[in-house]
Design a binder for this molecule. Structure first.
Ligand SMILES: *[C@@H]1O[C@H](CO)[C@@H](O)[C@H](O)[C@H]1NC(C)=O
Ligand SMILES: *[C@@H]1O[C@H](CO)[C@@H](O)[C@H](O)[C@H]1NC(C)=O
Ligand SMILES: *[C@@H]1O[C@H](CO)[C@@H](O)[C@H](O)[C@H]1NC(C)=O
Ligand SMILES: *[C@@H]1O[C@H](CO)[C@@H](O)[C@H](O)[C@H]1NC(C)=O
Ligand SMILES: CC(=O)N[C@H]1CO[C@H](CO)[C@@H](O)[C@@H]1O
Length: 695
């Protein structure tokens, strides 16, 4: 009898207890799917992929119109009034633009709807016919959203282009999609005029800023240039009926800043985007009228496009900002005036890891600089909270939390306005440290998503109550996630303790493919015998027992060295970028050698601090980076980090080149989401890389 109790009842009890404890909550469950064999998981709440969360709504146009009717007089779009634009000149003669911005001025749902209808009619009035495509090439702002919805109402496919894309990619995208109308800002108009000779199909430009620069007059290119306000006015005076799209019509062709070669245009239908919007709707709890969303990421990024369409569907308000004016200390904000977050006091925002890393570094730097008692207090509060939070949210509440919040974290929270309740992070994996830091300092969970433009951002999304780090959550309700074997890379679905393999995503969110590029589409998309579309991501992942995915590698970034060892470049970079001297790093492995090398962009503040401690004299930073002793110091630091991360010898860069100039999206070396572009960097630094291997 007692043996029976121990043998049967105890395990049963333990199982029940474990199942009920928060950590073991099951979030994804095995799914029965077709196609290539593998290990497939679906969201535990939905047995078949979700395509819409709103009854009777099948396109983004219907979704928006329904919301406008429901929320007529509520605020929808807000933009800050420009009070003054100054130029500040620093001592060394560089000049910076500084803005003074006022309060938000709001458009209600109904006023926005009118603006959208007017813009749609205006497009017809200036001669844009339905079958032609229009491009939006501008920073994130109110007019972007209005133009998008306006085009949708006429069933016009919108081509989106990152505002920071290079000239070649810009011409390629506009040319390939035969765009006739470009909607852009003043800054982008200058760029367009500059390359006008290579644009074969553009006929009209709608400039969002009222003052059209005089150096872009039509003599050279023959385009008609109209202001946004003028298009709206012409539409108001000459209304035309809407021309509504169907769910299978292409809503957006999104040119992504690919890490190799020319950008590819991903075709997304209304049904695709609606599925993603619907799925995210089920993830963020109590989304609705009380929420205020701070919009500042590029709209040409599917994460932002989906987020804004979602906010506008549920009665929330969207306030516009920009990465350079986000906080009181942002670079474009005039000293003593307020940043976007302080004025808007948002409850929700989307972000990319690079921006959250910056927020974290800023806070740490400030705390370190204060030193003394407040630093000790911060460190104590942080470690207490870390212990409480490490495990479950249950330990995260209570009196002690309230105390630390009032004493320490309230000030940190004020940086983003003080009311943030949820942050959506996507675009790249977020480091566990930063996730914890933001969790603790802002007191808000971060929903980490994994998805690609090709899957319309559909993929996985971590649950609100999941406090673990380093994972990207269970499949979204609109997606199935399947792992398939990749024997060459050594990743198999029957690996222990967890199944591993290449990540393949299926569901109504999976896009139609690449525009005018059947070959590439066939390479990466497959339709199975049940009619489901699957996208082969090239990312490597593994599934935890609770059904949450963790991204562990990338197929393309694994190189086989001379003696047959595999080096995962991304893994090595992630481990080494922890070094304080590293601002950015690219590891390079030549298959004809037995070791790898690295290009390291030095962190100016850390390296200069070290140099001054060592009493090293130098005339400028680039000279300092060329000094042998500096290179040695940085390399020693990398070796230390490599040991900590238990990297193999062949994974630790044998030689490095220290660079003084940061990699920016403008230079084309990193994407707009600040991911490194290997091919581009490899090209630019080909000589340096050769030297590293030959010397
Ligand atoms: C929308 O536009 C596309 C492309 O011009 C066309 O193929 C489709 O039939 C249109 N949809 C409707 C409902 O007219
Ligand atoms: C633009 O497209 C046309 C044909 O569609 C092609 O002949 C031309 O070379 C392209 N130009 C660029 C800059 O891509
Ligand atoms: C802040 O101080 C801690 C030690 O307390 C140190 O590890 C960290 O590198 C410092 N960070 C910065 C950005 O100065
Ligand atoms: C958090 O928990 C993990 C395992 O659950 C443990 O390895 C780690 O040391 C803990 N960290 C802290 C600061 O308690
Ligand atoms: C637009 C699109 O790709 N729709 C497909 C989504 O997936 C379902 C099956 O889950 C198909 O039936 C749709 O045709």
């Amino acid at each position: 009898m007692s043996a029976y109790i121990v043998g049967v009842l105890v395990p049963l009890l333990v199982t029940i207890l474990l199942r009920n404890s928060k950590n073991r909550k099951i979030r994804g469950v095995p799914a029965d799917v077709g196609g290539e064999p593998g290990f497939a998981i679906r969201n535990h709440r939905f047995s078949s992929p979700l395509s819409t969360a709103w009854e009777g709504v099948t396109t983004l146009v219907e979704l928006f119109e329904q919301a406008c009717e429901r929320h007529r007089d509520r605020f929808l779009l807000g933009t800050r009034k420009l009070i003054a634009r100054d130029v500040e000149v620093t001592e060394d003669g560089r000049s910076f633009e500084k803005l003074s911005l006022g309060d938000y001025e709001w458009l209600t749902y109904w006023k926005t709807f009118e603006a959208v209808c007017n813009f749609a009619s205006g497009l017809a009035n200036i001669g844009h016919v339905r079958e032609e495509r229009a491009a939006i090439f501008a920073d994130t702002r109110e007019e972007w959203f209005i133009a998008l919805q306006g085009c949708f109402r006429r069933n016009i496919t919108v081509v989106t282009i990152y505002a920071s894309l290079g000239d070649e990619a810009l011409c390629h995208s506009l040319n390939e999609t035969e765009v006739t109308t470009v909607i852009c800002g003043q800054k982008e108009l200058r760029k367009l005029v500059h390359v006008s000779g290579q644009l074969n199909t553009v006929k009209r430009v709608i400039c969002i800023d009222d003052n059209i620069p005089s150096d872009s007059l039509p003599d050279e290119h023959g385009w008609t240039i109209t202001s946004f306000a003028n298009v709206e006015r012409r539409g108001r005076e000459n209304p035309v009926d809407a021309d509504l799209p169907l769910p299978a019509d292409v809503a957006v062709i999104m040119y992504t800043s690919g890490s190799t070669g020319l950008p590819k245009g991903v075709m997304m239908t209304h049904g695709n985007v609606l599925a993603t919007v619907s799925a995210v709707m089920t993830i963020v709890p109590n989304l609705g009228k009380k929420d205020i969303y701070l919009a500042y990421l590029p709209m040409a990024h599917i994460l932002e496009l989906a987020a804004e369409n979602l906010m506008a569907a549920v009665g929330s308000a969207i306030g516009y900002g920009s990465p350079l004016t986000l906080t009181d200390t942002s670079s474009k904000i005039k000293r003593g005036t307020k940043g976007d977050a302080t004025v808007l006091m948002p409850t929700l925002m989307a972000s990319v890891p690079a921006i959250l890393d910056r927020v974290r570094d800023g806070v740490v730097k400030k705390v370190n600089a204060t030193g003394g008692l407040s630093k000790n207090l911060f460190d104590l509060a942080y470690s207490r909270r870390l212990h409480a939070i490490n495990g479950s949210w249950l330990g995260a509440w209570g009196l002690e939390k309230a105390l630390w919040d009032a004493l320490v974290f309230k000030k940190v929270r004020a940086i983003l306005g003080g009311r943030i309740r949820f942050i959506l992070s996507g675009g790249a994996p977020l480091s566990g440290d930063t996730q914890r830091f933001i969790n603790i300092c802002l007191g808000a969970p971060i929903g980490q998503g994994y998805g690609l433009t090709e899957t319309c951002a559909g993929g996985t999304f971590s649950d609100f109550d999941d406090t673990s780090v380093g994972r990207v959550g269970p499949p979204l309700p609109c997606s199935f996630i399947k792992l398939i074997n990749w024997p060459e890379g050594g990743y198999l679905t029957n690996d222990l303790p967890m199944p591993r393999g290449e990540i393949v995503i299926g569901g109504p969110n999976v896009t139609l493919g690449y525009f005018k590029n059947e070959e590439k589409t066939r390479e990466s998309y497959k339709v199975d015998e049940r009619g489901m579309r699957w996208f082969y991501t090239g990312d490597i992942g593994r599934f935890h027992p609770d059904g949450c995915l963790e991204i562990i590698d990338r197929k393309k970034d694994i190189v086989k060295l001379q003696h047959g060892e595999y080096v995962s470049l991304g893994k090595v970079e992630a481990a080494l970028s922890v070094s304080p001297y590293v601002d950015n790093i690219m590891v390079y492995a030549d298959p004809f050698h037995g070791y790898c090398v690295a290009l390291v962009v030095a962190s100016q503040s850390a390296v200069e601090e070290w140099a001054s401690r060592q009493g090293i004299a130098y005339s400028d930073f680039s000279e300092l980076c060329r000094k042998e002793e500096t290179v040695q110091e940085v390399q020693a630091s990398l070796v230390k980090e490599a040991k900590k991360a238990r990297l193999e010898k062949f994974e630790t860069p044998g030689k490095i080149k220290l660079l003084s100039d940061p990699w920016t999206p403008e230079s084309g070396l990193v994407t707009a989401a600040l991911k490194i572009k290997r091919e581009a960097i490899r090209k630019v630094f080909a000589d340096e890389l050769n030297k590293l291997y030959s010397s």
